[in-house]
Design a protein around this ligand. Structure first.
Ligand SMILES: Cc1cc2nc3c(=O)[nH]c(=O)nc-3n(C[C@H](O)[C@H](O)[C@H](O)COP(=O)(O)OP(=O)(O)OC[C@H]3O[C@@H](n4cnc5c(N)ncnc54)[C@H](O)[C@@H]3O)c2cc1C
Length: 380
């Protein structure tokens, strides 16, 4: 029996779900709010773990293509002191494919492949339990019904209210992202400082992380503890214009004042700045099962960005797709979704605790906590 299935959101969770169903010859409708795949910058690089993101790609039949695209050398990790002293310098061993990096845009295109995504279809509401199934309402006024609606629509999910009243809350830690292009030719000293993978500097309640993407593109993240409205009540004057790159740059340079000049060059040479306050969902986030609707990825368990969110999202997408494809009738479909939710919520809850504790150590009053965390998790 072919169930009428829709997935809301074409991020790592939704596309992996759809691609694995596609591999099982099961039709699926992918509904994405963005008007086109490249409607906005795709974001920084992702490291896909062997037993999570890579396992999901294997279930989609895409592991070999991933290996051809990904950057194993991107697993390199260097930690500097605020004065520029190199404290740690981990390099991957030859043939190490545990956590290779891939640009988000490359991953999206890999997953998209033959999928027929309906772009520009923002969902506003999902209503379970109607006579014809689960009703999906769109921003343009249209509506459609399905047997199963999968909410893979990220942190501010419009599907989640059909299951749960939880909403994300601010962690007390915010992030400003900037980037550098053609780093090897334009900023060769910075290129050497960053190396092939990531470079990080941890200070008191703040850190700076630079991550190499493909093609000489580098993403820089400044993380710090601050109230959500920190930019409106700075001491120096009434407020900061987050859309004014020079204003944000000088504010960040003041915040990281005293750090080594080459480290601050990451901010000096950054182009646009994007403010990304870190929000999370309650831990654990669970709900009473509602027939016909479920969640995947950030919509289900938004957690601090410590290298797990996309991996879990993809693994969940692949697992749910396999269960759904194997369910012959409506009762089996509902049982498959219920069992999936139980397993997903338990596993995500464990990771949410780990990443929440990790974030506290990475943006800590005691910067040695960050180093100690890396010493625990990096292969020796
Ligand atoms: C700075 C940063 C770095 C990170 N680094 C890593 C990392 O290295 N490794 C890792 O595993 N994770 C990382 N993460 C976490 C990771 O980005 C997320 O966990 C992951 O993207 C979640 O995937 P998703 O598909 O659930 O949601 P999303 O990626 O948010 O995708 C949701 C999709 O749904 C669409 N959508 C939203 N609302 C609607 C709507 N109403 N109707 C239709 N479509 C809608 C959106 O346009 C989007 O395409 C990082 C996060 C941040 C912020």
């Amino acid at each position: 029996m072919r169930h009428r299935i829709a997935v809301i959101g074409g991020g790592p969770a939704g596309l992996t779900f759809a691609r694995v169903l596609h591999r099982h010859d099961h039709p699926v409708t992918v509904l994405e709010r963005d008007p086109a795949p490249d409607a906005r910058p795709p974001g920084g690089t992702l490291d896909l773990h062997e037993r999570m993101g890579q396992l999901a790609l294997d279930k989609a039949g895409l592991l070999a293509e991933f290996q051809a695209l990904s950057r194993p050398e991107g697993q390199a990790m260097r930690i500097l002191d605020a004065d520029g002293t190199v404290l740690r310098d981990w390099q991957p061993r030859p043939g190490d494919l545990a956590n290779p990096e891939i640009d988000r845009g490359q991953l999206r295109d890999l997953l998209l492949g033959p999928l027929d995504v309906r772009w520009g279809r923002g969902v506003t509401e999902v209503v379970p339990g109607t006579r014809d199934g689960v009703l999906v309402r769109f921003a343009d006024g249209r509506q459609e019904t399905f047997d199963l609606v999968v909410g893979a629509d990220g942190a501010w999910s419009r599907v989640r209210p059909a299951l749960s009243s939880a909403t994300p809350h601010y962690t007390g830690i915010t992030m400003v992202e900037t980037s550098l292009d053609d780093v090897d030719t334009r900023h060769p000293d910075l290129a050497r400082l960053i190396g092939d993978g990531s470079m990080a500097v941890y200070g008191v309640n703040r850190n700076l992380v630079a991550q190499r993407n493909s093609g000489g593109h580098v993403k820089v993240y400044a993380q710090f503890r601050a109230p959500l409205d920190w930019h409106t009540n700075l001491d120096r004057r009434a407020g900061l214009d987050l859309d004014d790159a020079e204003d944000v740059r000088s504010s960040l340079l003041a915040l990281f004042d005293g750090w080594a000049a080459p480290v601050l060059d990451l901010l000096r040479h950054g182009t646009a700045f994007v403010h990304r306050p870190l929000y999370v969902l309650p831990v654990p986030h669970t709900w009473s099962h509602v027939p016909g609707v479920t969640l995947l990825g950030d919509a289900a368990h938004l957690m601090p960005p410590l290298g797990v969110g996309a991996n879990l999202a993809m693994l969940e997408g692949a697992e749910l797709a396999e269960s759904v494809a194997a369910a012959p009738g409506p009762a089996d479909l509902d049982e498959a979704v219920r069992a999936f939710e139980e397993q997903m919520c338990a596993r995500a809850g464990r990771w949410a605790k780990i990443t929440t504790a990790g974030l506290e150590r990475l943006v800590s009053p005691d910067p040695t906590q960050a180093l100690a965390l890396f010493d625990e998790v990096q292969p020796s």
